[in-house]
Design a protein around this ligand. Structure first.
Ligand code: SF4
Length: 215
């Protein structure tokens, strides 16, 4: 885990608690996605992004809630003096997202471990139709795997072909919103949200000194 042993007193603060809760949700998403992809693979249906693609980040700027910005700010602050953390180097002019690195195929996101919800779910989550049914739409850059019933299989088709469903985007959006409902209206673009998150987390960390012997 990228945050283990860092500023343990920080985890007792409200910001620290919210980051831990978000991390739990992110891990649930990852587990649900792995289960879906693994289950598909057992049925010889290979779901994957084209190697080194990163096209979904071209021209894209994610919107984030304050807690997602805090999570990224914490990641940046604890990695700022860590050569090899992926923060160094040049940023891309191809995307408004400040963390997209076009010159690193396969590792285009400089904050991959801390990326926001929308970036985690893209390509590997389901959405709901007007009837409340789950539908899984492949990203247009993903190849159509043999055995998958079309590029937008319904819940029923997925159950028949794979026996599992991808995580539902709206469910996790609601879970993250529930971390601090009072901030629901404060969703902003990542670039707009980050300066205040950096100031907030930096100030909190300042009052949470490293314990002796912390790794
Ligand atoms: S945060 Fe990372 S994954 Fe999300 S748009 Fe920016 S570069 Fe892409």
């Amino acid at each position: 885990m990228w945050y283990v042993n860092n500023k343990r007193a920080f985890w007792d603060t409200s910001a620290g608690q919210q980051i831990l809760t978000l991390d739990l949700i992110f891990r649930k998403i990852s587990d649900a996605q792995n289960l879906f992809v693994d289950q598909a693979a057992k049925h010889n249906i290979e779901l994957f992004c084209p190697p080194g693609c990163g096209t979904c980040c071209h021209g894209f700027m994610p919107d984030v809630l304050p807690v997602e910005a805090d999570y990224i700010a914490f990641f940046l602050l604890i990695n700022q003096n860590n050569p090899g953390s992926g923060q160094e180097g040049h940023f891309s002019l191809l995307s408004p997202c400040p963390f997209y690195a076009a010159d690193r195929p396969g590792a285009n996101c400089r904050i991959y471990e801390a990326r926001p919800l929308i970036c985690r779910l893209f390509g590997f989550s389901g959405t709901k139709t007007k009837n409340g049914e789950l539908v899984y739409r492949l990203c247009r850059h993903m190849p159509t795997p043999r055995g998958l019933p079309g590029r937008s299989p319904t819940q029923e088709a997925l159950q028949g072909a794979i026996g599992a469903l991808p995580p539902l985007m709206s469910d996790f959006a609601i879970e993250i919103l529930a971390i601090d409902p009072s901030k629901a209206s404060e969703r902003k673009s990542l670039s707009e949200a980050l300066p205040s998150a950096l100031a907030r987390i930096s100030a909190t960390l300042h009052y949470c000194p490293e314990e002796p012997n912390a790794a």
